[in-house]
Write a protein that binds this ligand. Structure first.
Ligand code: PMP
Length: 449
């Protein structure tokens, strides 16, 4: 992809200006003048700087304001929190206008599928909208058990447990099971929910280069003996890049070094493998080759929540003691029913998975032919177009929006500035024509930036 030189230069000047403004503002906010002394007033004895008792002076908020205000000065409208007026699938309506949509994880189109909608409605009629307390207290519903049984069957493992949030599933599972004498190793691109879980656990954390099992082997050879439990965490498909690990290699390392292996299948369930059973099916592995199968119900399964599948001792332990399960409300029946119905659709309907895979390959192939930088994407549902700067990613996203295409920019600090991108989530409901038109629009708009 070649850029015309003058607009390209202007864009990098703008990048620099935003960066300089950010640095100036941060310098100002870190050299804080003390607030008025409160000594003697209502027994308060300390002078407390305003930033410690005002949210508008919180450093995170100040940074956010610099970014949003800076973008507004350059005429860029905030690309986040758009208002979608109905079902967001391969198409969506935003403020009255219809778009081809690449900003939803509704990979298999099961959100909005008549069988899934009907199951959720029937569950409301039967059980109501809430289970009104945690499951140990308010009890299970048959729908919880059916969902967990079918998830365990999918992985060919003993049992499964579901949580009300995918993010909280990682936080509470890792946070609860591991502690300060343990080591957690993760791919450098691992999702935030894993990092939060590690932080909560107090375990030592080390990352290894993306998908580099040899680097992991070296760290384990060096470090294994210094810790009690060791956990290695990977993703099935990496959500920013759309590539995946050579899982059999990691399974070998798990056995060699006697560590636990956890795989987050948020983006690979329903997407990878001939029948959509995920990375395990793709590589022909046994359920027991991975200790902790984790996934979310919010993507291919058209619902909300997360799960852990594995041996009975793991699941029972989490059910009785993981704080995010024990002290949090049980999954509402319609939410469980939607996921269960989607899981059953997935089992019976092979065509959607094959179509999703074909559409992803088509997108990737055309993008490569157009000279777009798609990084390491394998064309499995997630395809980034790397623009090289946050400003360009935002501009590209808006240019596409003007052409009736909705795709979100991913900006620094979510990715390194040079790796800023517009990310496309493909659905099995996209038509080949929509994909061809989108790739051609991306190539044309990038040329103009
Ligand atoms: N893991 C990964 C890899 C994710 O991408 C996400 C969110 N997209 C989560 C966990 C959290 O899942 P949820 O959004 O369902 O809470």
């Amino acid at each position: 992809m070649t850029n015309k030189s003058s607009p390209g230069l202007a864009a990098s000047m703008k990048d620099k200006l935003i960066q300089q403004a950010l640095e100036r503002r941060l310098r100002q906010t870190t050299n804080v003048a003390p607030g008025p002394s409160l000594e003697g007033v209502n027994g308060a004895v300390h002078s407390v700087p305003e930033q410690f008792y005002r949210f508008d002076q919180h450093p995170g908020y100040q940074q956010l304001r610099i970014m949003l205000d800076g973008a507004a000065r350059f005429g860029l409208t905030n690309p986040f929190f758009k208002l979608h007026e109905g079902l967001a699938g391969a198409e969506t309506v935003i403020q009255g206008a219809r778009y081809v949509n690449y900003a939803s994880y509704n990979y298999l189109g099961y959100s909005g599928h008549p069988a899934v909608t009907a199951a959720a409605k029937a569950a409301i009629d039967h059980y109501g909208t809430s289970v009104s307390a945690s499951r140990p207290v308010s009890g299970d519903r048959p729908i919880h058990r059916e969902l967990e049984r079918e998830l365990a069957d999918l992985y060919e493992v003993e049992d499964a447990i579901t949580f009300v949030s995918g993010h909280a599933t990682n936080v509470t599972t890792i946070g609860y099971l591991f502690g300060p004498r343990d080591l957690i190793l993760h791919d450098e691109l691992i999702h935030n929910s894993v990092l939060q879980g590690v932080q909560l656990s107090g375990a030592r954390r080390l990352s290894f280069a993306h998908n580099d099992w040899e680097a992991l082997d070296r760290v384990l050879s060096d470090q294994r003996q210094h810790f009690e439990r060791v956990l290695v965490v990977l993703e099935g498909i990496y959500s920013m890049d759309g590539d995946y690990p050579d899982l059999p290699r990691f399974v070998e390392l798990k056995k060699k070094h006697k560590v636990f292996l956890m795989v987050d299948e948020a983006h690979s369930l329903g997407v990878m493998g001939q029948t959509g059973k995920g990375i395990r099916e793709h590589f022909g592995l046994a359920g027991g080759d991975v200790d902790i199968w984790m996934g979310t119900l919010s993507k291919s399964l058209a619902s909300c929540g997360g799960y852990i599948a594995g041996e009975a001792a793991l699941v029972e332990h989490l059910k009785f003691l993981a704080p995010g399960f024990l002290y949090s409300v049980g999954m509402p029946a319609p939410v469980a029913a939607a996921a269960l119905a989607a899981l059953r659709c997935l089992r019976e309907d092979r065509e959607r998975v094959a179509t999703l895979q074909a559409r992803g390959q088509q997108f990737l192939q055309l993008a490569k032919e157009a000279g777009l930088d798609t990084g390491t994407s394998t064309g499995l549902a997630v395809i980034p177009v790397i623009t090289g700067s946050s400003l360009k990613a935002t501009q590209l996203s808006w240019a596409l929006s003007r052409r009736g295409i909705n795709a979100q920019p991913i900006l620094h600090p979510a990715v390194p500035e040079k790796a800023a991108r517009v990310r496309f989530f493909v659905s099995c409901l996209h038509t080949p024509e929509q994909i061809a038109e989108t790739v051609s629009a991306v190539a044309q708009e990038l040329q103009k930036l």
